[in-house]
Design a binder for this molecule. Structure first.
Ligand SMILES: Nc1ncnc2c1ncn2[C@@H]1O[C@H](COP(=O)(O)OP(=O)(O)OP(=O)(O)O)[C@@H](O)[C@H]1O
Length: 567
């Protein structure tokens, strides 16, 4: 067992560093547990290149190993990530644990690793080195969180589907967090080995992984100093127990576990959430600034009348259920196209195909230059100019209204993380431009006063409005609204109708799915009616509303029409 204050001080830093390798995946919502494996691979391979003598006669030779171990850890994570990052949740956890076990078994049986007896090393890790590295990591994560990349991580954690629809490359973001986790775990493995002066396969086992996970979760993964708090908890609680004589037998694990349980049960965001909660009570509305001047310069929208969407015989089959069949539709710029039809008519499936969420099983289509052949991933549709809202709001609940809309600016802003590390003024300008673009849209939907609240704190109607603001923040050419007025009263629906018309006046093409017939008739320039997946009528709102086939299939009797109009 390690004793002495030097040891305690170094272990505090090392535990914090290891917790960061969990933090970075949890931050992106991934339950990945291969860190002990990455640490092991990196530590063992580093021993092959680290010289035995000090560098230039004075510097710790571990300095050579640091970039090497991080590279090896990241590479191992990349290679493992290629097959396993298709998995999510508990399946990802199992696959990554299995990787750790495979590494351990290999290291035990290989000759170059010294087998089960391991290798003896020199002690090259000092408290200064460990703490400097921990502070470097804290700095990186402090600068990452409010950057465009940090928001992408948070968005992927909160809702992958919505993140993809705002133009974030979800697969890439997950891989980035996975590789960063591998790099940090590699760093930890190296430092640990050269601190305890020994490397044996048993060190990097399941319990190391579990300790790291607990430290990451207890510290919390929403704020950059979470791992430090987690590390302190994990290292100091046993130490405090030792000091007060609670060390013997079962008392030690019992007290530690009870404290852990308390943190996990009553502080789901970890210890760091205590501090953010204090901050939350001090949140104030965002002060007014000249947002239009600060906003980014955006490309003009296509000329009125330019084709935006062309569908030809498009259809989607769900194992025998023809959700959509043989739909031919052309939409041109500046139109407000209403898509109506009874429940289950295929409206959502149709817009899911247009926004790249599901590939069609028949027909061809083109939306803003992207072919609907199943090859384009969701974020590409967003990049091309397709933005959408969902039938059931998909907001990033734990992010603020402003942050939600800022995620929406992903496709019209540039990455700022690396420039933020260097405090470059251009990064500040770009971040401010993203904020301005987001605030303008938030104000446009009438949420300016509530920009500082979290999305979860909003009323249902406001959440629907926020989803529209987030979609607008991407400066879309085609805006798809899936039942945006659901749950709104007729005054709110009328306001929404006015907003949609003003968006069309600005040149945005809108596709509106809505059950509120009055609103559809008031808002749209053209209607398409679906029934059992097929188009049964299309044309200007008045003639469609008068079409007997439509009345029969959807609008029903006059009484039902009135009811629907008041929904
Ligand atoms: N993922 C899926 N798997 C199997 N069937 C599906 C799936 N998604 C939709 N369907 C089926 O496809 C048909 C069309 O559904 P869709 O949700 O597109 O209709 P909708 O017009 O949007 O309905 P609503 O107005 O109730 O939202 C329905 O019969 C539905 O059950």
């Amino acid at each position: 067992m390690l004793v002495g204050y030097d040891t305690l001080i170094v272990m505090l830093a090392l535990t914090g560093i290891f917790a960061f390798s969990f933090y970075v995946v949890l931050m992106a919502g991934q339950l990945s547990l291969g860190q002990a494996g990455f640490a092991s691979v990196a530590a063992y391979t580093s021993t092959l290149i680290i010289p035995e003598e000090p560098l230039f006669g004075a510097l710790s030779p571990v300095l050579v190993g640091i970039p090497f171990a991080m590279l090896v850890g990241a590479l191992a994570a990349f290679l493992l990530g290629l097959p396993v990052l298709r998995l999510r949740g508990v399946y990802l956890a199992i696959a990554t644990i299995a990787f750790g076990e495979v590494v351990r078994i290999y290291m035990t049986s290989a000759e170059w690793t010294g087998g089960a007896r391991g290798l003896r090393l020199d002690k090259w890790v000092t408290p200064d080195l460990a703490w400097i590295l921990l502070f470097v990591l804290m700095y990186l994560f402090w600068r990452l969180r409010p950057s465009r990349t940090g928001r992408a991580f948070a968005a992927v954690r909160e809702d992958e589907l919505a993140a993809g629809s705002t133009g974030i490359d979800v697969a890439r973001t997950r891989m980035m967090s996975f590789m960063a986790s591998g790099a940090i775990a590699g760093l930890y493995g190296l430092l640990y080995a050269y601190f305890v002066r020994r490397i044996v396969p048993g060190t990097f086992d399941f319990s190391m992984m579990l300790d790291g996970l607990v430290t990451g979760v207890v510290g919390g993964y929403l704020v950059f100093f979470g791992p430090l708090l987690g590390g302190a908890f994990f290292t100091l609680v046993p130490e405090a127990q030792r000091l007060v004589g609670l060390e013997a037998g079962w008392i030690h694990p019992f007290v530690t576990s009870a404290l852990l349980l308390l943190v996990i049960l009553f502080l789901p965001g970890g210890l760091s959430s205590l501090i953010t909660r204090l901050g939350a009570t001090r949140r104030r509305p965002i002060p007014e600034r000249p947002w239009s001047e600060l906003a980014p310069k955006l490309d003009p929208l296509p000329e009125r009348g330019t084709p935006v969407l062309t569908l030809s015989g498009i259809g989607k089959d769900y194992g025998g259920v023809h959700a959509v069949r043989g739909v031919d539709v052309t939409v041109t710029s500046g139109e407000v196209l209403g898509v109506i039809g009874p429940n289950g008519a295929g409206k959502t499936t149709l817009v899911n195909m247009i926004s790249g969420l599901v590939p069609p099983t028949e027909g061809t289509g083109d939306v803003l230059g992207i072919k609907l052949d199943g090859s384009g991933r969701v974020h590409r549709f967003a990049k091309a100019g397709v933005s959408r809202t969902f039938q059931h709001s998909k907001l990033f609940d734990r992010l603020s209204v402003l942050e939600n809309a800022m995620v929406g600016t992903h496709v019209v802003t540039r990455s700022t993380f690396l420039r933020r590390l260097l405090w470059l003024p251009s990064a500040r300008r770009d971040d401010r431009a993203a904020m301005a673009q987001a605030m303008l849209q938030i104000q446009r939907v009438g949420l300016g006063e509530r920009a500082h609240l979290t999305a979860a704190e909003l009323s249902y109607g406001d959440q629907r409005r926020l989803e529209i603001a987030r979609a607008l923040a991407a400066h879309p050419t085609l805006l798809i609204l899936d039942e945006p007025a659901a749950g709104m009263n007729h005054v709110e629906a009328a306001e929404l109708s006015q907003l949609i018309r003003s968006l069309a006046d600005d040149g945005i093409t809108v596709m509106l799915i809505e059950h509120n017939v009055r609103m559809v008739l008031d808002t749209c320039t053209r209607l398409v009616v679906l029934n059992f997946g097929e188009v049964i009528a299309s044309g200007d709102p008045e003639s469609v509303a008068a079409d007997p086939a439509v009345i029969e299939a959807y609008l029903g009797s006059e009484e039902t029409q009135k009811e629907k109009a008041h929904e």
